[in-house]
Design a protein around this ligand. Structure first.
Ligand code: TGC
Ligand code: FAD
Length: 391
């Protein structure tokens, strides 16, 4: 059962802070998500499989892939609109937002920000249309929070590059046409564009996930992958290259996580209104109202934070540690909300009939990827103490 939207959750009338264009983009994504995607989510999640190609094309049609980038077939919206699109997609499932984050904020952004003109022309229009899917390979089996420890290498062999290594937990990996792979070279970390058919490149889907089941997660193996000189992204040198992409994707999560939380809270409020316990509606008990009110407050505060960061980004003034504040707070609150809503639904809360535990399970991944809560705590800690406590 999907509850109807409950505008009363917008206690602070935050909609009034949005422009007409932002509301229109939100409406488009919400309508598509509710009509075309939500009806399939429980089944996709249960099967652990999604029609990734069809999804990418449809998301391309509505213009959300790389929507905040300029030119090359991208919509060129502002950051707040991109955030709202992430929120509406994640209200359906975090896996959908992941697909869009990785395509637009990681793979396309890397090419847009660091690629040559030829690389941009070759890849971006098809990726914006959803005809080509991209992935972003930074994490390795032994280098997650600390990408500086990566072992994947890129070595010169005449004019060519030869890549060797393994990338782990890569969203979209085994459905991607193009992998952005980060590797250690003689002049620091560099990014490479690896077409999926390149000899020596393989991608295997990771099975057995209990979270983000409606998302493709893969291991990439690079075994003497030979690439021409122009496969390297010329404008990225050092770890600041991949970390610059992460700022973009983390920003989308600041909004996105609130979508999952909103969907849980709407479901819990509707359920509590209908569920009779001890002869009265569950929502009429003070203990229940305490839970619902605490969650509504956190949701609205999270939204204010997201909007503030979005306005800073649109003004070109958003700093990485501010993105960390948003990711840390909003994902932490979203997962708390999802777990609390699960209690409101009682036993029904553990099923796929309701979206709540699906969201809660997904948010376990969201808490971990794009920088764990601990990593973002340390980034903020460094910002306020000037002490780097990572290592
Ligand atoms: P550190 O020495 O601090 O920095 C190295 C260089 O990078 C620069 N830098 C940044 N540049 C842009 N944006 C940022 N946020 C940056 N943070 C740092 C820095 O200025 C320096 O530049 P330069 O020119 O001096 O060399 O690096 P460190 O090795 O101490 O690491 C810092 C730390 C721990 C914060 C960083 O490694 C980190 O963020 N770790 C977390 C890794 C992570 O988030 N991985 C995510 C992988 S992708 C993913 O999860 C996709 S999920 C799918 C989905 O989104 O749906
Ligand atoms: P580790 O780094 O081993 O961390 C384990 C624990 O140690 C965590 O709690 C962590 O916070 C803690 N920890 C680490 N360092 C410190 C410290 N200094 N102090 C205190 N505690 C610390 N990566 C990609 O590159 N591309 C993708 O598309 C991608 N998609 C993903 C999709 C999913 C579904 C998941 C789950 C992950 C994905 N990732 C992707 C990987 C993700 O970015 C990493 O899982 C994440 O960065 C954490 O790395 P790790 O799993 O190796 O954990």
């Amino acid at each position: 059962m999907k509850s109807s939207p409950l505008p009363s959750i917008d206690l602070l009338a935050l909609d009034g802070l949005l422009t007409d264009e932002e509301k229109e983009i939100r409406r488009t994504v919400r309508t598509m998500g509710e009509r075309e995607l939500r009806p399939h989510l429980a089944e996709w999640f249960e099967r652990g499989a999604i029609p990734a190609r069809d999804l990418a094309r449809r998301l391309g049609e509505i213009g959300v892939l790389g929507m905040h980038l300029e030119g090359y077939g991208c919509a060129g919206t502002n950051a707040v609109s991109y955030g709202l699109a992430c929120l509406e997609l994640e209200a359906v499932d975090s896996g959908l937002r992941s697909l869009v984050s990785v395509q637009g904020s990681l793979a396309m952004y890397a090419i847009r920000a660091y690629g040559s003109e030829e690389q941009k022309q070759q890849w971006l229009p098809g990726m914006a249309a959803g005809e080509k899917i991209g992935c972003f390979g930074l994490t390795e089996p032994d280098a997650g929070s600390d990408p500086a420890a990566m072992r994947t290498t890129g070595k010169r062999d005449g004019p060519d590059w030869v890549l060797n290594g393994t990338k782990m937990w890569i969203t979209n990996g085994s459905v991607a046409d193009i992998a952005v792979v980060w590797a250690r070279t003689d002049d620091g970390v560099r990014g490479f564009l690896v077409p999926s058919g390149t000899p020596g490149f393989s991608a295997t889907e990771i099975k057995g996930k209990l979270s983000l089941r409606a998302s493709v997660t893969s291991e990439l193996v690079l075994d003497d992958v030979r690439l021409p000189a122009d496969a390297m992204l010329p404008e990225a040198q050092g770890l600041s290259g991949p970390l610059g992409c992460l700022n973009e994707a983390r920003f989308g999560i600041v909004f996105g996580a609130l979508g999952a939380a909103r969907d849980c809270l709407e479901t819990a409020i509707a359920y509590a209104g209908e569920r009779m316990v001890f002869d009265r509606a569950l929502s009429s008990y003070q203990l229940t109202q305490q839970k619902l009110v605490d969650m509504a407050l956190e949701l609205d505060k999270g939204m204010l934070l997201a909007l503030h960061l979005g306005r800073l980004k649109d003004a070109g003034r958003l700093r990485p540690e501010q993105v960390s504040v948003g990711k840390l707070n909003n994902v932490r609150e979203a997962i708390d909300i999802a777990r609390q809503c699960r209690t409101v639904l009682g036993a029904s809360g553990i099923t796929l009939e309701y979206p709540v535990m699906r969201h809660a399970n997904n948010l376990e991944s969201v808490l971990t990827y794009e920088g764990t809560s601990e990593v973002h705590t340390l980034i903020v800690g460094k910002a306020i103490t000037s002490e780097a406590a990572f290592r």
